[in-house]
Design a protein around this ligand. Structure first.
Ligand code: FES
Length: 69
């Protein structure tokens, strides 16, 4: 299995980012905090944000966003 490095500064790969998101991290900062890290250069913010959005899309719409009938 090939793991893509998402955050070079803190050596976070795609698996570790996904684990943080599945544990409830809902922002790039929360993903870093989940692993006891802080942003250094911040270049990974967009990538982490995309992974959070992809996970949210996989889960489907939030119950609060479902249209009432
Ligand atoms: S790549 Fe993540 S803080 Fe630099």
């Amino acid at each position: 299995m090939v793991l893509m490095i998402i955050c070079v500064c803190n050596a976070l790969n795609c698996k570790s980012v996904r684990a943080a998101v599945e544990a409830g991290a809902n922002s790039p900062k929360a993903v870093q905090a989940h692993h006891g890290c802080r942003f250094q250069c911040g270049k990974c913010r967009p990538s982490i944000g995309e992974m959070i959005a992809e996970t949210a899309n996989d889960r489907g719409p939030s119950p609060s966003l479902v249209a009432a009938e």
